[in-house]
Design a protein around this ligand. Structure first.
Ligand code: GYE
Length: 332
């Protein structure tokens, strides 16, 4: 639509559409309505997404949008482009719009108390999905739906310990961390570190953030390869960074999956393909399909029902053989 040609009424209508579409965080926060809810009896959910940084995130967004439509929940959706300030802005907009439920996946763990308190004071229940916050006051949100990231890191480390049982000499590991300060980066690092402590020859010689993106993974892996002539293992906190790193490894004349053992987390389709092709060696699954459970929880908290404070996603792990088997039925 060409704004310059539109009469004033049409501009106002467009603004209303943009607001309803969840873009309120980018512009004027005045919604022009004080009623709250959707007006047609539907539950209205304001959802603040981290961004679109990875295959996991895209699958997660699709799951949430599809599940909302199926559950008859009106979804206001905002993409924060991996910036906490954008998430806080979006949440404040949802409070002003008097949505029924706020859900969000916090990009980092810290710094949420003030805005969560504002939601609580406004009487709007908050559901955390995917990532946790470190708020001491657990009454600031109703529940946290998501994976056990420490466990994902631990399973990755345990697999490596087993693989390297009979290896002699130091095993040099480089680690591509997720977004600095995010729950999955903190927890996966912790779980992996604890597991590999079982074998002193397993050594993390470099660890840096690639921000959960392919570009970040590639760039940091290039630096690792330049700085460290002997790298035996790459542990990447998600598939996308591992996929980016593949390019750097190949460009350096090394064979991924053979010269460098690669362990990642997520198990999105492209990651599973790399595993089935022998370029990755092991993936700990992290499921992005949180939409249906989130909508169910939204209905419950809206109805004032009690919900468990923590709901853990069920997941598994994949070797190369298992990836070959699972790939044809992989949905995302
Ligand atoms: O592993 C990564 C994404 O928070 C579990 O975020 C999520 C992580 C996921 O960017 O790919």
């Amino acid at each position: 639509m060409r704004m310059s040609l539109a009469p004033r009424r049409a501009v106002a209508a467009l603004a209303a559409v943009l607001l309803a579409g969840g873009m309120a965080a980018c512009g004027n926060s005045d919604t022009g309505t004080d009623e709250g809810g959707s007006g047609d009896g539907k539950i209205v959910m304001g959802f603040s997404q981290v961004g679109a940084e990875s295959g996991w995130r895209t699958a997660n967004t699709n799951s949430i949008k599809e599940a909302a439509a199926e559950a008859g929940i009106e979804l206001k959706f905002d993409d924060a482009q991996q910036k906490q300030e954008n998430q806080i802005k979006a949440i404040r907009n949802y409070i002003q719009q008097k949505v029924d439920v706020i859900a969000f996946s916090p990009v980092v763990e810290s710094g949420w108390d003030t805005v969560l308190k504002e939601a609580k004071d406004a009487g709007i229940p908050v559901i955390l999905t995917d990532r946790a916050v470190d708020s001491a006051d657990k009454s600031l949100y109703k529940t946290f739906l998501g994976s056990d990231f420490v466990k994902e890191g631990r399973l990755s480390g345990e697999w490596l310990v087993e693989q390297m049982k009979s290896a002699t000499g130091d095993v040099n590991i480089v680690e591509l961390q997720g977004t600095t300060g995010s729950a999955p980066a903190n927890d996966r690092k912790k779980g992996f570190g604890e597991a590999i402590a079982a074998d002193p020859k397993l050594k993390v010689i470099a660890s840096q953030s690639g921000d959960f993106t392919r570009a970040g993974g590639k760039q940091v892996m290039e630096q690792f390869l330049k700085a460290h002539p002997k790298i035996d293992v790459l542990f990447a906190h998600n598939d996308d960074m591992g996929l980016g790193a593949l390019e750097a490894i190949t460009a350096a004349g090394k064979e991924p999956g053979k010269d460098i053992i690669i362990i990642t987390i997520d198990a999105v389709k492209d990651g599973m393909q790399a595993l089935a092709d022998g370029k990755f060696n092991f993936i700990a699954e992290c499921s992005p399909l949180l939409g249906p459970q989130l909508m169910e929880l939204a209905k419950k908290v809206h109805a004032g029902e009690e919900v468990p404070p923590r709901i853990e996603t069920e997941e598994t792990t994949f070797t190369q053989e298992q990836a070959k088997e699972a790939l044809p039925n992989r949905k995302y």
